[in-house]
Design a protein around this ligand. Structure first.
Ligand code: G3P
Length: 220
C-alpha cells in the first residue's frame, strides 16, 4: 500500500520525506488555506520535495471551469494530479481531462457506486472519505470493502486512495482490505511510528549497555 501525506505544510512534508516512507501528497482547499503565500508556488515546492503524485484541487463547480483550472494546475509540475469532486460536473471534467492525459483524483467520495462511476469516467485515483462517514455513524470500512469489491470485478485503471483518515486503525483496516493508497495527516503518521514498548525497549538497551561500558572502563 502506498503512503501519501495529507497536508500542504511544507516543513512536515520535508521532515517526513526524509523518513523514506512517503510516496506522494494530497492537498485540498482547506489544507492550502492553512498555509501562507501563493498556493501555486507552494504546490510547486511540494512537487519538488516529493518524488511522487501531488494532488491539487479545483474550486470551480462547473465542468468548463474545472477543465480550465485542471489544465492550469497540471501545467504547474509533472507531479500534479488534479483533484475533482465527485459530482455530475466533476464526471464531465474528469472524462475530458483524463482523455488529455491529465491524471485526475476524484474526491469527496462516500459510496462504492460513486467510486465506480468515477473509475468509469477515467479517474486515476478515487478518494473515499472514511472519517467523515464514521462521524455520522456510517461504517466506513463496510463502504470501502464494497468499493474495492466492485472495482475488483472490473478492468479499471483507477487506484483507491483512502482519505479522511483520522487514526492508525483506519490505515490498518484500509491496508487489510487492499486499498492501493492511504493518505494520512502528519499527526497520524507520527502515531503510526510510535509505540511505548519501543521507547521502553530502547531505554532498557541503553541502560544495560552502560553496564558494559562501566565494565570495560574497569578493565582498562
Ligand atoms: O484528503 C481529504 C482530507 O483532507 C479530509 O480529511 O479529516 O477533513 O475529513 P477530513
Amino acid at each position: 500500500m502506498k503512503l501519501f501525506l495529507d497536508t500542504a505544510h511544507l516543513p512536515d512534508i520535508e521532515e517526513m520525506v526524509a523518513w523514506g516512507v512517503v510516496d506522494g501528497v494530497t492537498t485540498n482547499p482547506t489544507l492550502l488555506s492553512r498555509e501562507e503565500g501563493d498556493p501555486r508556488e507552494l504546490l510547486v515546492r511540494i512537487c519538488e520535495t516529493v518524488n511522487g503524485p501531488v494532488s491539487a484541487e479545483v474550486v470551480a463547480t462547473d465542468a468548463e471551469g474545472m477543465i480550465s483550472e485542471g489544465r492550469e494546475l497540471a501545467s504547474l509540475h509533472p507531479h500534479i494530479v488534479v483533484k475533482i469532486p465527485m459530482t455530475i460536473e466533476g464526471l464531465k471534467a474528469t472524462r475530458v481531462l483524463s482523455r488529455e492525459g491529465i491524471r485526475v483524483n476524484m474526491t469527496l467520495i462516500f459510496t462504492a457506486t460513486q467510486a465506480w462511476l468515477a473509475a468509469k469516467a477515467g479517474a486515476r485515483y478515487l478518494s473515499p472519505f472514511l472519517g467523515r462517514l464514521d462521524d455520522i455513524s456510517t461504517p466506513s470500512m463496510e463502504m470501502l470493502a464494497g468499493l474495492l469489491d466492485i472495482l475488483d470485478h472490473g478492468d479499471y485503471e483507477a487506484e483507491v486512495l483512502v482519505a479522511s483518515v483520522r487514526h492508525p486503525v483506519h490505515v490498518l483496516e484500509a491496508g487489510r482490505l487492499g486499498a492501493h493508497v492511504v493518505t494520512v495527516p502528519p499527526k497520524v503518521l507520527r502515531q503510526l511510528v510510535r509505540h511505548p514498548l519501543t521507547d521502553i525497549g530502547v531505554e532498557k538497551f541503553l541502560q544495560d549497555w552502560k553496564k558494559v561500558e562501566a565494565r570495560m572502563q574497569q578493565g582498562a
